[in-house]
Design a binder for this molecule. Structure first.
Ligand code: F6P
Length: 449
């Protein structure tokens, strides 16, 4: 079986004519050139393009060593970050690891449980996590490119305090790993003062494009996943994205098709997975496309569903509601597990007709049936075929989506690499929290509340 990721848009027939794909070629190749020649808006944030082949090998080795230390001295790793500072790692870990922490698959070495915090400001969540840590050895990976984001900073205060109380300052500092800017910012300063082991978020890589830097790689390595394979998969996808001709280039075709559909009024893209372990891949994708394209009153709204679960909740809308969406299915071609259904003596539930079939056969039949139902319901369907649930395939998937996102953003006419809209809520929050310098804004806001 081929190890290459496949993009299949054959189920858009009836919505898009092949001629329209051909007509987009010039614009797509133009957008690709703007991206790769670094001549467009946001061109100081394109370090991710060459990351899979041009990364800091010394730091890569340090990441592996730090991961081994954490595996050796910690039952739990807390990963503190928000947005691009946690979604990639969480997507990878859920995609690649066992679904549950309380079992150890045969022959596998126990790796630390990994919990994400700092991605909300929930007292209950923090308290519950403190309960989980009771009596356990733990380490912290605090990840913030800016070093000033409120949510992770709050969580870091709480859990750093817990770490210091448990181990004393000196040992606690050896259990804190800071992933941040190489030279500036509050977190970098603290790391230098306290002597935390530090890893770098490169200046030219924005948060949502940072999964293949230390941001993603350290937690992923701690989970036991193979980060060499991840990088190799990404390097393969990079080669295809840069070198394959338009007609055979998954990233370019995906960028073309979604922009054609947008111009036909399809303003929502729903990414659909059929594996619970892909839930956070969809979340990562949502940030990538939402922050990159949703600006200047433009963009495709990125949504996601977990199927078949959500067919029993959102299925009605997708099939029959306002015709504003297209669907992009993430399909894992080869399931890593095989469960065969058994025949029962008394066929009370009427399921004996499936005896001898695998659960994956049922899943794939549901997927194929749903795709046809949705296309019958005027929802164009795109498919990203992921060869298998391993690090190599995931590396390809990450890079494919990142490259397509850059091209798609330029096709749309926006700067795909900034996120000015995110600042608005921060300003209001700072004002309401009473942060110095925000007094005037605070007065104005209080009147409106
Ligand atoms: O790594 P940082 O600087 O804490 O930022 C985290 C996230 O917050 C954002 O800047 C939005 O506020 C995202 O773009 C980013 O991924």
């Amino acid at each position: 079986m081929s190890r290459e990721l496949v993009f299949d848009y054959s189920k858009t027939a009836g919505f898009i004519r092949e001629e329209e794909i051909v007509n987009m070629k010039k614009a797509v190749l133009g957008a690709k050139e703007v991206l790769t020649e670094k001549t467009g808006a946001g061109n100081d944030f394109l370090g991710w393009i060459d990351l899979p082949v041009d990364y800091d090998k010394d730091e890569f080795d340090r990441i592996k060593k730090a991961a081994e230390k954490i595996k050796g001295d910690s039952d739990v790793l807390l990963v503190i970050g928000i947005g691009g500072s946690y979604l990639g790692a969480r997507a990878a870990i859920e995609f690649l690891s066992h679904s549950f922490y309380n079992v150890l698959p045969k022959g596998e070495r126990k790796t630390p449980e990994i919990y994400f915090v700092g991605n909300s400001i929930s007292s209950k969540y923090i308290k519950d996590l403190q309960d989980v840590l009771e009596g356990k050895d733990f380490s912290i990976n605090i990840i913030s490119k800016s070093g000033t984001t409120t949510e992770p900073a709050i969580a870091f205060r709480v859990f750093k305090d817990m770490l210091i109380k448990k181990y004393g300052r000196e040992e606690a500092n050896k259990r804190i790993y800071a992933t941040t800017d190489k030279a500036k910012g509050a977190l970098k300063n603290l790391a230098t003062e306290e002597g935390y082991e530090s890893f770098v978020v490169p200046d030219d890589v924005g948060g949502r494009f940072s999964v293949l830097t230390a941001v993603g790689l350290l937690p992923i390595a701690v989970s036991g996943a193979d980060i060499d394979q991840l990088m190799e998969g990404a390097a393969a996808a990079r080669k295809t994205a840069l070198e394959a001709e338009y007609e055979k280039n998954p990233a370019l075709l995906y960028a073309a098709v979604r922009n054609i559909l947008l111009r036909k009024g399809k303003q929502v893209e729903i990414v659909a997975n059929y594996e619970p372990s892909l839930h956070y891949v969809s979340e990562w994708w949502k940030q990538l496309y939402g922050e990159s394209e949703g600006k200047d009153q433009r963009g495709i709204f990125p949504a996601a569903v977990d199927l078949t679960t959500d067919l029993h909740s959102m299925g009605q809308f997708i099939q029959d509601g306002a015709r504003i969406m297209f669907e992009t299915v993430l399909s894992v071609e080869e399931s890593p597990a095989e469960i065969v259904l058994q025949k029962e003596d008394v066929d009370t539930d009427g399921m004996n007709y499936l005896a001898g079939q695998t659960v994956d056969f049922v899943n794939k039949s549901a997927m194929n049936g749903t795709i046809l139902a949705h296309t019958d319901g005027n929802v164009p369907n795109l498919m990203v075929k992921i060869p298998s649930q391993d690090a190599y395939s995931l590396g390809q998937l990450f890079y494919f989506f990142e490259f397509a996102c850059g091209v798609s953003g330029y096709l749309l006419g926006v700067n795909p690499f900034n996120q000015p809209g995110v600042e608005s809520y921060k300003k209001n929050m700072f004002a309401l929290l009473g942060k110095p310098g925000y007094e005037e804004a605070r007065e104005a806001l209080l009147k409106r509340l």
